[in-house]
Write a protein that binds this ligand. Structure first.
Ligand SMILES: [Zn+2]
Length: 538
């Protein structure tokens, strides 16, 4: 099953000085660590490897401890793998994950100066039609293409922006470098410049009554053509409760972040957030978004909006200090929230980030002590899962879903929050294993970020990467990774029934089910990367 793959699995981008070095070994005999001169530094012998439940691999997770900066080789008679250890080693990949969002920009030229060979003219510039009233046309510009397709969705976009803004608030040293984007040098950190591109679009998606449209897409997914060649009409789709809650939360958060740089922009966002909240208050009974008849683009159906309302209430309380928002957030928290969820389907973890790291001592007892205790309790699960995995991956074998990279990164975010509160090194080290997973320490021996690592994803389900005539995919995009839960028939036909979940993956363009990219998978990886990048530079 692993024919041709190395018996040594590593973070293919290298390791940071000052943080423990780990590798997975698929061998029964000892492995040797050598220095750059080829001298043996240490021989690791270990107990018989155990079976990793998610991959079926016989594997040992090796802790090499702290290594001095330098180049090393780790291996056995079957071959050696080079390990590089130095401070700031993840700076490039972390910033590339942010720049990956620039390549998703819609409605503007990507110039050769900023996009190199991936430059292309502006796309999707025609006015959009209102799905519910075709006599209405509106010019709505900007935003990021959501994923492998060219749709733009408010909820997923709001979540992506929030990951970036919290990464910047908590770990600015890890993610504030220049990105070579059109706004570079304007006095704002580029991560905030990039996030603003989406915020400006989100603001345009609000209706006059305060609710937000769910999405701006075609009726059907475009074929595999470049975005500027996609001329099918775009539609402003109906409102949704989840989009309204998520936009409300994200704009209230952004109003705090951007206030020191642009007060008018901050005020506009806060006003928009308040209007969205008022709409939610006037519409207490959740109605799920349904794709209108004839529409087949992304559904992003939430199963409720308690988490969206909770996050929104937290952010509005933090932005205004007003009691009405505090009381709403407390009530929604006490109704039960999954504080370790950070994706579009459940956003309560973003509310927890707000309470713990923004509101802090102003949170009050419920959103303070009580919520912190709940986060500490819930985040234990990710550590338990990581400990049970042969590769240290914090994902249960039956949770390799479409976009499994999201729960892996979400687990890392929860463990990082725990570490920031408690200083626990076991939590930090387990979170680090999830970062290593994304960059190659996994059952596929694959770096999931395009353009990085010795063996990285080459054929993501991403229209520009397939249609631009350039062999290498657009860089800095993270693949969703293995998924055996909801698969295409052709994926099942190729992989069969016997492939274990952590290997249920095809590096092939048509396999959206295992190898799509998405803005909201890049962004939690930015959060995790920013934390470890900041640590490794300090
Ligand atoms: Zn576009």
């Amino acid at each position: 099953m692993n024919t041709g793959l190395s018996e040594i699995r590593i973070n293919q981008e290298g390791y940071a000085a000052g943080l423990p070095v780990s590798a997975a070994v698929l061998a029964t005999g000892p492995v040797t660590l050598k220095n750059a001169a080829g001298e043996t530094l240490r021989v690791f012998s270990f107990d018989p490897p155990r079976t990793d439940p998610a991959s079926g691999d016989q594997v040992t997770l090796l802790d090499l401890g702290l290594l001095e900066p330098g180049d090393y080789e780790l291996g056995n008679e079957s071959g050696f793998r080079r390990l590089t250890v130095r401070p700031g080693i993840w700076d490039r990949v972390t910033h590339a994950l942010i720049k990956g969002l620039y390549y998703q920009r819609c409605g503007c030229d990507l110039s050769p100066v900023h996009a190199g060979p991936y430059a292309h003219p502006a796309c999707h510039t025609a006015p959009a039609l209102d799905w519910e009233d075709r006599s209405v046309r509106r010019r709505i510009t900007g935003g990021w293409h959501d994923a492998g397709d060219y749709g733009k969705y408010v909820g997923p976009g709001a979540v992506t922006v929030a990951h970036l803004l919290y990464a910047w608030k908590l770990f600015p040293q890890g993610c504030s470098g220049p990105l070579n984007i059109p706004e570079s040098g304007n006095g704002l950190p580029d991560i905030l410049n990039e996030a603003r591109y989406e915020l400006d679009w989100i603001l345009q998606m609000q209706r006059s009554d305060g609710a937000f449209r769910h999405k701006l897409t075609k009726a059907l997914f475009a074929p595999f053509i470049m975005p500027q060649d996609d001329h099918e009409p775009e539609y402003l789709m109906p409102l949704s409760f989840c989009a309204t809650g998520d936009a409300c939360a994200c704009l209230a958060l952004a109003s705090r972040v951007y206030r020191p740089f642009d007060e008018a922009f901050a005020n506009r966002m806060l006003l928009s957030a308040r209007r969205a909240w008022d709409w939610l208050q006037a519409h207490p009974d959740f109605i799920p978004f349904m794709n209108p008849e004839g529409v087949r683009t992304g559904w992003y159906r939430g199963h409720g909006d308690s988490d969206d309302r909770f996050w929104a209430a937290c952010e509005l309380f933090a932005a205004t200090g007003e009691k009405q928002y505090q009381e709403a957030a407390e009530k929604l928290f006490l109704a039960g929230q999954q504080l370790t969820q950070f994706g579009w389907a459940d956003v309560a973890g973003l509310g927890a980030l707000c309470c713990i790291f923004d509101l802090k001592e102003n949170a009050g007892d419920v959103l303070g002590m009580q919520l912190r205790g709940e986060l500490l309790r819930q985040s234990e699960e990710a550590l338990t899962l990581s400990s049970a995995s042969g590769y240290g991956t914090g994902l249960a074998p039956d949770r390799y879903v479409w976009g499994s990279i999201l729960p892996v990164m979400g687990g890392a975010m929860a463990m990082i929050m725990n570490t920031l509160l408690t200083g626990r090194q076991d939590m930090r080290n387990a979170a680090l294993l999830q970062w290593h997973y994304a960059l190659g320490l996994n059952a596929l021996d694959l770096c999931f970020v395009t353009g990085f690592g010795e063996r990285s994803v080459l054929h993501p389900h991403h229209r520009p990467s397939a249609a631009d005539g350039i062999e290498a995919p657009v860089p800095g995009l993270i693949s969703g990774g293995p998924n055996n839960k909801i698969c295409f028939p052709q994926t099942k036909e190729k992989l069969g029934e016997d492939i274990p979940p952590a290997k249920y993956f095809l590096d092939e363009t048509p396999s959206a089910d295992t190898n799509e990219i998405a803005i909201y998978w890049n962004s939690p990886a930015v959060f995790v990367g920013a934390y470890f990048n900041a640590l490794s530079r300090s």
